[in-house]
Design a binder for this molecule. Structure first.
Ligand code: ADP
Ligand code: ASP
Ligand code: MG
Length: 476
């Protein structure tokens, strides 16, 4: 039995013509596989609008929320009116749409009365886009003669109660997924599963975090012992840089799980960072393909792709960060300072993206999202109150408006000179580096830079990675 899981992101289902294209791709590949599972995101922009409607309601702007709900309605109506002609199918789909929109309106009314929206409430609301869209895509598939049925992932993926970033219980999910999807496979019906959403064992709706539909596909693939996962998006695969930053970014034919994991962790939106977790242990091939250029092979993600020594695979950036420094001569050799510092950070819920410590142990610095800046400093200051009083620690301070630029590539391992080339490129452009960290895996080098230098830095480093005229990399 060969099983394929295909996931289509927001832009791949963002308009009537995109949904038509998606349906054609599904139909084309269905006959090549014994079992085919489709995962869909909400139409592009819809999840943002759902969240916005809830926030407006919480701010007592009922009219604003209603205006957004009308926009959501119109975006979906355009699809139904353009793509569904069978009267019974159309009537059913319009009823589903109306029911979901009525639910949304009544949630917004309650939020307006309460004056706040809880993470749990936000999950119910933000998952509505996927729930409507799975129904639409399944209907369009049926209309072109491919049997399909919408499946709500709340019936399949069981998670804990960490609303907005829920953690799946793989064992329980496995049983649910298999028992819900097997009957459809037997009848040769394509399940069209809602991405992003899941539920607690009690059936309370949760979500897997923004961009989480990629993760949904990987969870389903793992639980179904699938052979491959194909992530369909709006670019030609994983590119050597964010195409919005580097217009001549190149598609990468093959990349390792480790590299793509670093890339996703360090901000490349193309894959949700958790996606590779379920597939990597099984060495299951994962492809990233372009819905709007379906004949292009895209990127294959595998365990050990061939690499040229010294080659950089990709560059990514995370913006809106602060670098926090804890410094003082009295820290020298005092055990436990780092543990207590990061304990204090953890209590605020801020995630630390990068750490570096000078060998003299006179300072520890680390990078966090700027959003958490104030509370992190306060938390460390209260943890270190005694050391600050004694003068062992001089100060805890932050530098804001910084970015992390990560240079990723397993070809950089054990190859001297790569950092020299990177710093050379930065030096030539007079770009100052605030902090540096290299993972011991040597898959990535991360630099902290001023946000205003980020664009120039990424372009300068990317230019250094351009393939040489003879076809290979210039061996950075
Ligand atoms: P989807 O809705 O299909 O999940 P996303 O918008 O989440 O798509 O992710 C795809 C987008 O990620 C691309 O359109 C591109 O702008 C952006 N992106 C950022 N970095 C990269 C990269 N290194 N490779 C490919 N795409 C990237
Ligand atoms: N629709 C969700 C989001 O916008 C999930 C996804 O697109 O992967 O975050
Ligand atoms: Mg995405």
């Amino acid at each position: 039995m060969r099983t394929l899981v295909m996931k289509f992101g927001g832009t791949s289902v963002g308009s009537p013509s995109a949904i038509q294209q998606t349906a054609n791709i599904i139909q084309l590949h269905k006959s090549d596989w014994d079992n085919l599972v489709v995962v869909v995101s909400a139409m592009s922009g819809i999840t943002d609008k759902l969240i916005q409607s809830a926030r407006l309601a919480a701010d007592n702007d009922g009219a604003g929320a209603r205006e957004i709900i009308t926009q959501i309605q119109n975006q979906h109506l355009e699809v139904v009116n353009t793509l569904v002609s069978d009267p019974a199918e159309k009537q059913h789909l319009l009823a589903v749409l109306q029911q979901r929109l009525d639910e949304l309106s009544s949630y917004c009314q309650s939020i307006q009365v309460l004056g706040e929206v809880t993470p749990r409430g936000m999950d119910v609301i933000s998952s509505l886009g996927e729930r409507i869209n799975a129904q639409m895509v399944a209907t369009v598939l049926r209309s072109i003669g491919t049997p399909a049925q919408a499946v709500e992932a709340s019936e399949c993926i069981i998670t804990d109660r960490t609303f907005q970033n829920a953690v799946p219980d793989m064992q329980r999910s496995r049983e649910k997924i298999q028992s819900n999807l097997a009957p459809l496979f037997q009848q040769s019906i394509v399940p069209v599963v809602t991405g992003f959403m899941a539920a607690t064992p009690e059936g309370v709706i949760t979500t897997l975090g923004r961009g989480g539909s990629d993760y949904t596909a990987a969870i389903l693939a793992d639980c179904l012992d699938a052979d491959e996962v194909w992530i369909w998006t709006d670019v030609d695969g994983v590119l050597s840089a964010d195409p919005r930053v580097v217009p001549d970014a190149r598609p990468i034919p093959e990349i390792s799980f480790a590299e793509v994991g670093e890339l996703a962790y360090f901000g490349a939106k193309v894959l949700h960072p958790k996606t590779i977790r379920p597939v990597v242990t099984r060495d299951m091939p994962l492809w990233v393909k372009n819905t709007f250029n379906p004949d292009f092979p895209g990127t294959r993600i595998t365990q050990h792709p061939p690499r040229t020594r010294g080659e950089i695979t990709a560059i990514s950036t995370i913006k809106d960060l602060s670098i926090i420094t804890v410094e003082g001569r009295g820290m020298l050799g005092v055990p436990g300072i780092a543990a207590r510092t990061f304990g204090a950070v953890a209590r605020t819920g801020a995630s630390v993206l990068m750490i570096s410590q000078s060998s003299s142990e006179q300072s520890i610095c680390f990078t966090i999202p700027s959003l958490h800046n104030g509370e992190v400093i306060k938390s460390i200051e209260s943890e270190m109150a005694l050391e600050l009083l004694r003068g062992d620690i001089d100060r805890v301070w932050s530098r804001n408006h910084v970015v992390i630029v990560s240079i990723i590539g397993s070809g950089m391992r054990e190859t001297p000179g790569v950092s020299a080339r990177i710093f050379g490129a930065l030096g030539k452009n007079l770009i100052n580096v605030i902090a540096i960290a290299q993972g011991s895996s040597e898959y990535s080098i991360s630099l902290v830079l001023d946000q205003e230098d980020a664009l120039r830095a990424v372009r300068a480093i990317h230019a250094e990675t351009a393939p040489s005229p003879n076809g290979g990399s210039n061996g950075l």
